[in-house]
Structure formats: C-alpha cells, structure tokens
Write a protein that binds this ligand. Structure first.
Ligand code: HAM
Length: 438
C-alpha cells in the first residue's frame, strides 16, 4: 500500500500552491531567451538509447551509471532523456532545420532522468531550462549564450552568482592532452576506481569528473587542458573572454571545469551560486552534429536546473509573480440562485474573469468561509431578493467596502474597471518608487 501513496525516491511533486513559482521561472527564462531569438522546441521524454551513448558518451557517468534504460515491448532499447541537448539536436536534424537560415536557436523546458544518489539539489527526476544554438562558430556566439544565462539569473533576482569559464579544446589539441593525462594516471593506477581504470585507455578526461573521492583527489593535481590548446582554440577562447570583458560580464577562469558530458569542445562554463551549487552548465559542442549526421555544423548551449534555481531563489528571498487568484466568488442561497450564479459565472469566465461559485452544495456560511480561504477579491451573495430585483451587493473582501451592482452585463464592466484601477495604481507605485530612488 505504501508504494501507492509515496513518490519514488529522487522525485518531487509540485503542489498547486507552489506551481506559480515554477511558472514564474519558466516564463521568465523562455521569454528572455525569446528576446535573444530562441524559440521553444519540445521533444519526447524517451529516445533510442544509442542517441545518448553516441552524444553524451559511452564513458561518462551519465551513460555508464545513471540512465533509465529499458527494452520496450517491440524489443528496442529505450532511455528516458538524461539531458536536453541530444534530443534537441536529433530533432533539429530529423526535421532538416539546419538546411534553412542559420543559426538555428531553440529553447526548452524539460524533465530529465538520472539514477543518481539523491541529495539536496540532486534528484532522479529533475527539470532543466536550456537553449541550443546551431551553425554559429564565432566567439560572439559563446559570449551571447553566456550573457543569456547570466541575464536570466539576474532577472530572477539571484545575487552572488559567479561565472566560471574554461576551454577544453578540440580533438586536435586534445590528443596531446590525452597522452599527458594517461601518463599522469598510469603512475597512480593502483588507486583509481574500477570505472576509471576502464576510462584510462578509452577516455582519460572522464576520470577528471569521477564522483569517487579518491579519484577526485588524484584528479585535482592532473595536467589541465588549457595548457595544451592549439592556436585556433587559444585564439577562440581569447576572443570569447574579450567579448565578455567588453560587455562588463565578470568571470573566473577555472581550468578544472571539464563538464561531465563528452560532446563538449572549446568553451565550457558553469554558473555557481553563493552556496556552491552549480545552477547552470554549458558550452560548445562543435563535433556533435557531425557525430550524429555526418554534416559538420558547430553548436553550443547551456541548461539550468530548475529545482536548484528555485531552491536558491527561496533561500535568497527572491520574489515570484504571484498567482492572481480568484477575482469573484458568487455565493448562492437556494437552487435557483445557484443556477443563476452558474450562468453569471459562465458569462464572466468567457470574458476572462476568474470566478468561482458553489459546486458542493454548501450553506451560505460555509460558502463565505470557502471564499475567504480562496482569497477571493470580491464576493456577491445571490438569494431570492437579488434574483427578483437583479441588484446585489459587491463586497471588497480586502477593505470590506460594499457597493451596489446589477447582475447583468454591467457587472463585467464594473469588475474590469476595478482590475484596471488596481493595475494603474501598481504602475503609479512603481513610478513613485523609481522617482524616490532619484
Ligand atoms: P549538466 O551540467 O549535466 O548539463 O546539467 C545542467 C544543469 O542541470 C546543472 O547545472 C544542474 O543545475 C542541473 N542538474 C543536473 N543534474 C541534476 C540532478 N540530478 N538534479 C538536479 N539538477 C540537476 C547538461 O545537461 C547539458 N545538456 C547542458 C547543455 C546544454 N550543454 C549544452 N547545451
């Protein structure tokens, strides 16, 4: 029985009273990304397993240890997406979007699945907002993508976030680096975990982000990629930094960032909260489209973890656009009044007003109590008298003020004007606050 009323480990429910916070974050991110030219893409929650093996990489923790993989009834190996880039790239290729005008810019809000040890800020089902940009090789694209991530966090009101950047080169310069890494780890082979021993030959860079503490300690003193960059990669990175400098976007050079996914090339970056949580990560993946389609086309992007964003926003007391809630609750006395309230509610709802009326058969007192609980802005009581005269009392639940209204079209106009007055007062307050700031 317990299992029926308990969510699986590492998952979370978003309850109705909290969903506006998620909507605020998602709306803000999607809308700012839209201003940068990114339009939303939606892809399936599951893909063919080999998509992730080929893109994220066979030797990564994500593929080796964390994927939710199963065989479907047709005998295909299927995996719940552990991240958003592979699916977005697959969809962009499948639908030939790269044959049109470049760059192609897409954004997404997705659920992701990784079988990780669940702890604060680390879940098995989590959500990402992300963007991907295809067909832009210039360093301006790296700077623009980074500036988008920073602007989203700034607009959400987060403070104390630091930007860490690094370059992990291209396959040409990485070959030399791999040799250096192999040499370093060979000498310490006896202490590496089983998985990393396997990585030593195939992909020694993955040892650098192994979650085992012993491998982590060994990796801390390993050679760093930045010292092995070829001229092209070095020039690219210098230009990215110059663009960030010119725009006044502060960053820290962090030569230990390698990212946990294989597709990255050149610029990689992470946005880290004051409490050390990595809120967002991303970078360039100039070989991914070619790996998947044979057609060379650069790409880059980032993703931010929505659970982590929400957690840090709450810790910092950031504000969220509140739910507007119920504008009017129609309280009815008797069956005829209930029917009339339903008719009025139907008409007002068509006009976009948030109205509720009794659907439980409660008493007058219980309906008033419920309206109060809902936080209804206004109430109207409809009984025999109101039915007969077509006139009722509109009560402002905040101020207690009461005014006479007609139960016809004019009610819509009255409510509309009141809502407009409130919005105008809000704008006036805003101007007042701005002028007081000087
Ligand atoms: P990632 O670093 O694996 O990159 O994930 C991006 C963000 O998702 C992290 O910075 C973190 O905020 C959040 N995240 C990751 N794993 C978890 C988890 N288990 N629980 C909660 N939050 C988590 C990617 O996924 C790349 N696809 C990003 C990218 C897009 N690179 C280029 N384009």
């Amino acid at each position: 029985m317990e299992l029926i009323t308990q969510a699986p480990r590492g998952t979370q429910d978003v309850l109705p009273q909290d969903s506006y916070r998620w909507q605020h974050i998602e709306r803000t991110a999607l809308s700012i990304a839209r201003d940068f030219g990114f339009r939303e893409i939606r892809t399936p929650v599951f893909e063919h397993t080999n998509l992730f093996q080929r893109s994220v990489g066979e030797t990564t923790d994500v593929v080796q240890k964390e994927m939710y993989t199963f065989e479907d009834k047709g005998g295909r190996s299927i995996t719940l997406r552990p991240e958003g880039t592979a699916g977005a790239t697959r969809a962009v290729l499948e639908h030939g979007l790269l044959n049109g005008a470049l760059p192609v810019k897409v954004s997404y809000v997705t659920s992701c699945y990784r079988y990780e040890k669940s702890q604060k800020g680390r879940y098995r089902e989590f959500h990402q907002f992300g963007v991907e940009c295809f067909g832009a090789a210039a360093p301006q694209a790296d700077a623009e993508t980074i500036s988008l991530a920073l602007l989203i966090l700034k607009t959400l009101g987060l403070t104390g976030v630091s930007l860490h950047i690094n370059s992990i080169g291209c396959p040409t310069c990485r070959a030399r680096y791999h040799e250096a890494l192999r040499g370093y780890f060979e000498e310490r082979k006896g202490d590496l975990c089983e998985t990393c021993l396997g990585r030593l030959e195939r992909n020694p860079m993955r040892i650098l982000d192994c979650k085992s503490p012993i491998c982590g300690r060994i990796a801390a003193d390993a050679p760093v990629m930045i010292q092995y960059l070829c001229d092209d990669c070095r020039d690219h990175f210098t230009a990215v930094k110059a663009h960030l400098d010119a725009a006044g976007l502060e960053y820290q050079l962090d030569e230990h960032i390698v990212r946990g996914l294989d597709y990255y090339t050149r610029t990689v970056f992470e946005l880290v909260a004051e409490n050390g949580l990595v809120l967002a990560g991303g970078g360039r993946y100039d070989g991914l489209v070619e790996e998947m389609s044979g057609m060379a086309q650069p790409g880059l992007g980032f993703a931010m973890g929505l659970e982590r964003l929400l957690m840090v926003m709450e810790e910092q007391g950031c504000s969220f656009a509140e739910d507007t809630g119920c504008e009017l609750y129609l309280v009815s006395m008797g069956a005829e009044a209930a029917q009339r309230c339903f008719t009025i509610a139907t008409a007002l709802r068509e006009g976009g007003v948030s109205v509720e009326c009794d659907i439980v058969g409660r008493s007058l007192k219980a309906q008033m109590k419920y309206a109060d609980k809902l936080g209804a802005r206004y109430t109207i009581v409809v009984g025999d008298n109101e039915l007969e005269t077509g006139v009722a009392q509109l009560k402002d639940m905040k101020t207690g003020a009461v005014e006479e209204v007609r139960l016809d079209d004019s009610l819509y106009t009255t409510l509309y004007n009141k809502s407009l007055d409130r919005q105008l007062a809000g704008v006036a307050d805003l101007f007042q606050a701005v002028s007081e700031q000087g």
